[in-house]
Design a binder for this molecule. Structure first.
Ligand code: SF4
Length: 325
């Protein structure tokens, strides 16, 4: 594409230079849709001993959970408080997605899951579910049920992939392999259910080149939406100790480096994948060290969009569909 030629609409149908999550929902519903987080009191198989103990080495769920999310409250109470919480921030959010966020939200019997999900779906204004879970916490019975819900509601299952490398998954105590993640994505897609994926950049033992090369792997998977995070070392985690004992093993990104890295990654990313976020942000009290100081997610989003404009580039500009070769 000649450098000066301005593209009015990209393959995703709008003028933003990446396939943005907020636009994706506007396309479907014609209005803003707000996610409301829920902590329904689940745990994870790498915490309770069925796959391991201690959980992922970087994990501190408290850092990501909004204050209104507490498992001592019912699903309805959390949704009600979540709606109030978001109301003053955003005018005009008319529909809500119940986001089962904390821990592994399919890690229970189907009866328990049905009760929790259906309580959420019965809340006025809730039009669907987003279920965050692990690739080893899904089975055909649960997928069959979710498929039925898809007829009436928006339903997406988001899997923590975190890394495409088994050496990394082992090191961070994920308790599952990358192959299990691929299988879960494929099975979920086969049921016609929307899939999401989460990835972390900066995990110990990975080179920047290895991180970058994941773009071709991710681009070939049946993923509809993706959330990227930069590694943040959180207080009270195993990784905090690991970092203190062996800082040379970590190549944490400065925000400037991350911006460069992410733009290059985005250029190679399959344009059909909707990007929900490309950075994570936790309250500073949870962070070891300074993190990225006062740089906030919305400022970084602005900088990414500005840089894409300056470079006259966009998501997928360098994407190669390897399945066609
Ligand atoms: S699976 Fe998720 S919630 Fe569970 S320990 Fe790992 S990061 Fe934490």
């Amino acid at each position: 594409m000649p450098g000066n030629q301005k593209i009015k609409n990209y393959p995703w149908g709008h003028e933003r230079r990446f396939n943005a999550y907020s636009n994706y929902f506007r396309e479907i519903y014609g209005a803003r849709v707000q996610k409301v987080s829920i902590d329904a009191g689940f745990t994870c198989p790498n915490r309770d001993g069925s796959r391991g103990f201690g959980g992922c080495t970087y994990c501190n769920n408290d850092a990501f959970n909004p204050s209104y999310c507490q498992p001592s409250k019912s699903v309805s109470e959390q949704i009600g408080e979540g709606i109030e919480f978001h109301k003053w921030r955003y005018d005009g959010a008319i529909s809500y997605l119940a986001y089962f966020q904390a821990y592994s939200n399919t890690y229970a019997s189907l009866d328990i899951l049905k009760k929790l999900y259906e309580e959420a779906l019965n809340y006025p204004g809730v039009i669907g579910l987003i279920i965050g879970t692990r690739p080893d916490c899904i089975d055909d019975e649960k997928l069959e049920y979710l498929k039925e819900l898809c007829g009436k509601f928006y339903v997406a299952v988001e899997y923590g992939i975190e890394s495409c490398y088994n050496k990394t998954l082992k090191r961070i105590n994920r308790g599952h392999t990358f192959e299990e993640a691929v299988l879960a994505l494929e099975r979920t897609t086969a049921y016609g259910i929307t899939t999401g994926a989460h990835l972390i950049f900066g995990l110990p033992g990975e080179t920047r080149g290895e991180m970058m090369n994941q773009v071709d792997i991710i681009s070939g998977l049946p993923i509809k939406t993706v959330k990227f995070h930069q590694l943040q070392i959180l207080k009270g985690t195993c990784m905090e100790m690991e970092f203190k004992n062996n800082p040379a093993d970590f190549e944490l990104f400065t925000w400037e480096e991350y911006l460069d890295f992410f733009i290059a990654f985005l250029e190679r990313l399959n344009p059909t994948i909707v990007v929900e976020r490309f950075t994570g942000e936790v309250p500073p009290r949870f962070l070891t060290g300074e993190g990225w100081g006062k740089k906030r997610t919305d400022q970084l989003l602005y900088l990414v969009e500005k840089r894409l404009e300056e470079l006259d580039t966009w998501q997928g500009r360098l994407y190669e569909d390897k399945s066609k070769k």
